[in-house]
Design a protein around this ligand. Structure first.
Ligand code: ATP
Ligand code: MG
Length: 607
């Protein structure tokens, strides 16, 4: 490719709304352009990189025995109603009514559709195991798209779904996918760690996440010092803090006036106390009891800010009070496990209705007794408290001397004691200190079990002539996130440093200076390398050497060959790796061999 003919609109200035290096550099290097919030167009360089990533993914998936298919981007809402995930995905799922009044979903993922296919096409144990995958656009109306393509609204995902007769067969394919993912990320040149993960909206019994450690990642990963345990923060277990032995002699509960002091910090400041001496009480509700999607849609339409995605209280199911010590945060995923069902934070109206107070004054005392909640979920940390301050269920009031077990139950049918908080610095797991890192989730594998097949009737006749639901696994990779995380892992002040296998071009030739001779020598190397199968960008623009060097560095081509008057006088070219500062003078006759050797070496590092 000739630079003079290519659309590579590089820019010097750092774009104002790009916060992190990958986002800034993808814009500056002319890799992509923003079209709207969370929506990007890939220009020629960017599309070349994406295609390379997709080719690696496709190659490894094919080698692993998976079969490529293509499913529609617009899916019938009915399928989502059958699994109930229209509610789980909430506002993240974009949907529209077509001219015939049918409700459609813009695919955020494809479990429903692929299970629908399996329900129709797989009916015997003889057809399994089978692993189907696609590489296609997904749409998620993310509440807060940010960091360029790391969290965009439209993105390319490789999603694979496997179908099995039993759990053993699922485990086998799960491990094949796990190992395939290792190969994919290695070939793409991104360093990754594998952590245990929660199954989230996917459901199922087991999951691992592939995460690229980097300071700008949105995920937090937690691991023990010896690496024997690694999980993401949503999953990371902690040892329970030692519970205290209770003494009986505490003064009675006493109301205190705390006007307008709603947060733990405000109350602590006002009462000169510490978060660890407070009980945080949060109200959660389970799914709304409506499955009429129109009703939910119209409710959502009036709550576009993402808050309060459930319909009014008349439709509610179960209500929960969740207690955690004031210095800890609730972990929604652990909470879901403890509750045994999907529950979500109640909105302002619901909290007011239940506690009969403004938000910020909820407390556990008498909530259960007065049937305001069905269950209390108590984090282990509460058992370390002798006596605490908490909300009084009365606007502008808190209560002190609240003793767990005396003033609210810590045992009984409607009480669940569990680990429902986030791990923090200082926590241990199985006695080992936990360490924290940030990272970008680039892929995830799940054991789904029969969650989807049971609901969508994907059954098969087994060897024993018994009809059973298919056992499923699913495996996702964010193609765009691989690109951004490769940049986040390796860049410098001058620009991107692409890993060789996903670089838009492997080599850039820079004729540095005017004159026929330089141009001719450059063309010759260009032709030789291109003929040898190397992907070369020839910077044939009528521009100064300095400008060309700057652009070459910014767009991050792994290998640069410079032809300048000085080296050409010695019949040499200068060869430089983007990631190193050293420049090597190579006789013209050897350039091709030398470059091929370097490329082979770079590729070897990613094999
Ligand atoms: P996250 O927790 O970051 O929102 P997720 O766990 O919901 O992601 P999955 O449903 O597991 O995502 O999707 C598979 C892969 O798709 C993810 O591992 C990630 O790489 C990618 N992905 C998900 N959401 C986005 C997004 N908004 N922008 C870009 N890539 C995404
Ligand atoms: Mg995920």
């Amino acid at each position: 490719m000739r630079y003079s003919k290519a659309l590579i609109p590089t820019v010097k200035e750092v774009p104002a709304d790009a916060e992190i290096p990958s986002h800034q550099l993808m814009l500056r290097a002319g890799v992509m352009r923003k079209i709207a919030s969370g929506t990007y167009a890939y220009l020629p360089l960017g599309w070349r990189v994406l295609k390379k990533v997709m080719n690696i993914v496709r190659d490894e998936m094919d080698k692993a025995g998976a079969q490529e298919i293509l499913m529609p981007a617009v899916q019938p809402m009915e399928l989502w109603q059958q699994t109930g995930r229209n509610v789980d995905y909430g506002l993240t799922m974009a949907h529209f009514t077509d001219r015939h009044g049918r409700e459609n979903v813009l695919a955020p993922t494809a479990e429903e559709v692929v299970t629908f296919i399996a329900a129709n096409e797989i009916n015997s144990y003889k057809q399994m195991p089978v692993n189907l995958y696609q590489i296609s656009f997904k749409f998620r109306d993310e509440f807060r798209p940010r960091f360029g393509v790391l969290r965009s609204r439209e993105f390319i995902m490789k999603d694979a779904y496997s179908f099995h007769t039993d759990n053993d067969s699922l485990h086998e394919t799960y491990m094949v996918m796990y190992n395939t993912y290792c190969k994919i990320f290695k070939r793409c040149g991104v360093k990754y760690v594998i952590v245990e993960a929660e199954t989230g909206e996917m459901g199922g019994s087991g999951s691992h996440q592939f995460t690229v450690p980097c300071d700008n990642g949105e995920d937090v990963i937690v691991h023990t010092e010896d690496g024997s345990y690694a999980a993401n923060i949503e999953k990371a277990s902690v040892d329970a803090l030692p519970a205290i032995a209770r003494t009986q002699n505490h003064p009675a509960v006493e109301e205190i006036h705390t006007p307008n002091k709603k947060t733990i910090a405000e109350v602590c400041d006002f009462l000169k106390t510490q978060p660890k001496d407070m009980i945080k009480t949060l109200i959660y509700i389970n799914h709304p009891l409506v499955d009429d999607v129109k009703e939910i849609s119209s409710y959502q339409a009036t709550h576009k800010d993402g808050v309060g995605k459930h319909p009014p209280m008349t439709h509610w199911g179960k209500r929960f009070a969740v207690l955690v010590r004031g210095d800890f945060e609730i972990n929604p995923e652990k909470l879901k496990c403890a509750a045994g069902e999907s529950i979500e934070l109640a909105d302002e109206a619901a909290i007011k209705a239940l506690t009969e107070a403004e938000v910020g004054f909820a407390g556990p005392v008498e909530l259960l007794e007065r049937n305001q909640v069905h269950k209390i979920i108590i984090d282990h940390s509460i058992l370390t408290i002798e006596s605490a301050i908490t909300g009084a269920n009365k606007t502008d009031y808190h209560i002190k001397n609240v003793v767990p077990g005396r003033d609210f139950p810590i045992a009984g049918d409607n009480v669940i004691i569990a680990d429902v908080r986030n791990a923090v610095e200082g926590d241990t797991y199985k006695g080992q200190k936990l360490l924290f890192k940030r990272g970008i989730e680039v892929g995830q594998v799940f054991k789904l079990g029969t969650k989807y097949s049971a609901k969508l009737n994907a059954k098969f006749l087994d060897k024993d002539s018994v009809e059973k639901p298919c056992v499923m696994g699913c495996y996702g990779i964010g193609i765009n996130r691989i690109v951004a995380s490769a940049i986040e892992t390796l860049y410098d002040k001058d620009g991107i440093i692409w890993p060789i296998n996903i670089a838009p071009f492997e080599v850039i030739i820079v004729p540095a200076g005017p004159g026929e001779e330089i141009a001719r020598a450059s063309e010759k190397i260009y032709d030789d390398l291109t003929a040898a199968g190397v992907e070369v960008l020839l910077d044939d623009r009528d521009a100064r050497g300095g400008v060309k060097f700057k652009d070459a560095d910014l767009i991050g081509i792994p290998l640069r060959i410079t032809i300048g008057a000085k080296s050409l006088a010695e019949n040499c070219a200068e060869v430089k790796l983007r990631r190193e500062s050293e420049v090597n003078k190579i006789p013209m006759a050897d350039v091709k061999e030398k470059v091929l050797r370097i490329i082979a070496k770079l590729k070897g590092e990613c094999a």
